[in-house]
Design a protein around this ligand. Structure first.
Ligand SMILES: C[S@@+](CC[C@H](N)C(=O)[O-])C[C@H]1O[C@@H](n2cnc3c(N)ncnc32)[C@H](O)[C@@H]1O
Length: 237
């Protein structure tokens, strides 16, 4: 699994260890204290640490990611599992978080249903991920070239449709996230051939999509691109 081989890169990644999204969570949840929280697809645990909890549980499909989380943070219980089937009893957690990972899940709806099940009444589901609209098919294709475990990013409407009946949306903020192209493209240790493919896929985009992604290019070298992320706070109905 590519995540197992690049776990340390996710620990030091500037896209993951900090960001406006985490600052928003600190602002919204800084004064709240929880008994038990669960961070799904935690990678190196950057999102899990934001909340104040008596008990932390972190989960991920990748064993090495969980190992990386536990190297310098001894508090959490770590569980290796799939986000679409959570091995916890009904109504266990006050808050479930999932940051920059929904686009990997093969069955996003199952993840939402499982989060609903393991949350206590009125529990929070904190979701952060890329949002797409006109860039949908283009970005999904490029992301897949870079990382075949990328499944798809969703439109806001799709997220509303998947969660309605289970959750009420209490907060939503759209963010524009600029990615350093080199760091982003090389995070999963690609071969030179794959790296070239990723670069070419960006350079071949239609002009309106390059503009949408604020692609910065000098002499065929891509410096950065910017995508849309959403911080969505849902509450169990
Ligand atoms: C981009 S990283 C997540 C970043 C992390 N949440 C953070 O805030 O820094 C994506 C993670 O999703 C995990 N993952 C991918 N598919 C999964 C699945 N179906 N169930 C659980 N974890 C999954 C990967 O192992 C990887 O650690």
């Amino acid at each position: 699994m590519s995540f197992d081989k690049s776990a340390f890169n996710y620990k030091i990644s500037s896209d993951h260890k900090s960001g406006t999204d985490l600052d928003i969570l600190k602002r919204l949840f800084g004064n709240k204290k929880f008994d038990k929280t669960l961070d799904v697809a935690t990678a190196a645990g950057h999102c899990a640490k934001i909340f104040n909890a008596k008990q932390y549980v972190v989960s991920d499909l990748s064993f090495n990611m969980l190992k990386e989380t536990l190297t310098d943070w001894s508090s959490p219980s770590a569980v290796q599992n799939c986000a679409e089937s959570l091995p916890f009893q009904n109504q266990t957690f006050d808050l479930v978080s999932c940051r920059i990972a929904l686009h990997h899940f093969r069955e996003a709806e199952s993840f939402f249903k499982e989060s609903f099940r393991v949350l206590k009444n009125k529990g929070f589901l904190v979701l952060i991920d890329s949002l797409v609209d006109i860039d949908d098919a283009f970005l999904t294709t490029i992301e897949f070239v870079r990382d075949p475990s990328h499944f798809r990013s969703y439109t806001f409407k799709e997220i509303v449709d998947m969660t309605s009946g289970y959750f009420r949306i209490e907060f939503m903020q759209l963010l524009y996230k600029k990615h350093n192209f080199g760091e982003w493209a090389e995070r999963l240790n690609p071969s030179r051939k794959r790296l070239k493919k990723i670069t070419q896929a960006f350079l071949a985009l239609p002009e309106n999509i390059k503009e949408e992604l604020s692609l910065e290019v000098t002499d065929e070298n891509i410096l950065s691109y910017t995508d849309k992320k959403a911080v969505i706070i849902l509450r169990k109905l």
